[in-house]
Design a protein around this ligand. Structure first.
Ligand SMILES: [Zn+2]
Ligand SMILES: [Zn+2]
Length: 92
């Protein structure tokens, strides 16, 4: 029995001004689990069909707006595409 060694970190200190350049930001990506959920929502919304050609296999989720251009991981910004159409979108 080691007992409980209470190694209490000085929380207050940790919450002090973060170093510059270390500001907490919104995560670039959602939690993988949440993202998967979101993908499923999108797939369901789109009826599990590619929204370009109607294919029902090799479905992927495409971001209508790139994340770097204020694209958000939100349902409204996502669309179901099959692998073929998805590649087409990205590579013209
Ligand atoms: Zn397609
Ligand atoms: Zn895409």
């Amino acid at each position: 029995m080691a007992g409980r060694t209470s190694i209490v970190q000085p929380v207050a200190q940790a919450r002090q001004m973060p170093k510059e350049g270390f500001l907490p930001r919104a995560p670039l990506r959602l939690d993988p689990e949440l993202y998967e959920k979101l993908c499923n929502q999108v797939l369901q919304r789109d009826g599990w069909r590619c929204q370009a050609c109607g294919a029902t296999s090799n479905l992927e989720i495409h971001h209508k707006e790139f994340r770097s251009q204020s694209g958000h991981d939100s349902e409204a910004n996502l669309i179901t595409l099959c692998a073929t159409c998805h590649t087409g979108v990205h590579h013209g």
